[in-house]
Ligand binder design. Structure first.
Ligand SMILES: [Fe+2]
Length: 128
């Protein structure tokens, strides 16, 4: 089982290189705080907020997965080149349309081919 790196607030991290390392690997969930039961709800996940991750052949973000509590509800696969390719950097981003039936707690995972699994902060969605 790979280690899961959970996001920590980089405003509390002193070293610039460490802020960059944490931010560029961490998935950030963007969605409304509430949803209507049974309707498609858009959830966008972007890897990195203030920093960008490399897109090299041997080092890139290869997947973004979305969980609702313990259940994986969506996953997108990326290949080297999706962010411009060798020696380029980017913020891998994907939008999912998911249907929620009751209050949800969303968590995203991003997978870096060199640095493993990174977990977002949880995002609560009230469903009515
Ligand atoms: Fe990485």
């Amino acid at each position: 089982m790979p280690k899961i790196n959970v996001y920590t607030d980089i405003s509390e991290v002193e070293r610039e290189a460490k802020k960059d390392y944490i931010d560029r690997h961490s998935p950030f969930i963007h969605c409304e705080p509430s949803a209507k039961a049974g309707e498609t709800f858009e959830v966008t996940v972007q890897v990195g907020a203030d920093y960008q991750h490399p897109d090299d052949m041997d080092h890139y973000i290869s997947s973004v997965a979305l969980y609702n509590k313990d259940t994986k509800v969506a996953e997108a696969t990326f290949f080297a080149g999706s962010q411009g390719g060798q020696d380029k950097k980017g913020n891998t981003r994907v939008s999912f349309g998911v249907v929620l039936e009751k209050d949800a707690t969303l968590v995203a995972h991003a997978y870096c081919t060199k640095h493993g699994v990174w977990e977002s902060l949880p995002e609560a969605v009230a469903v009515a």
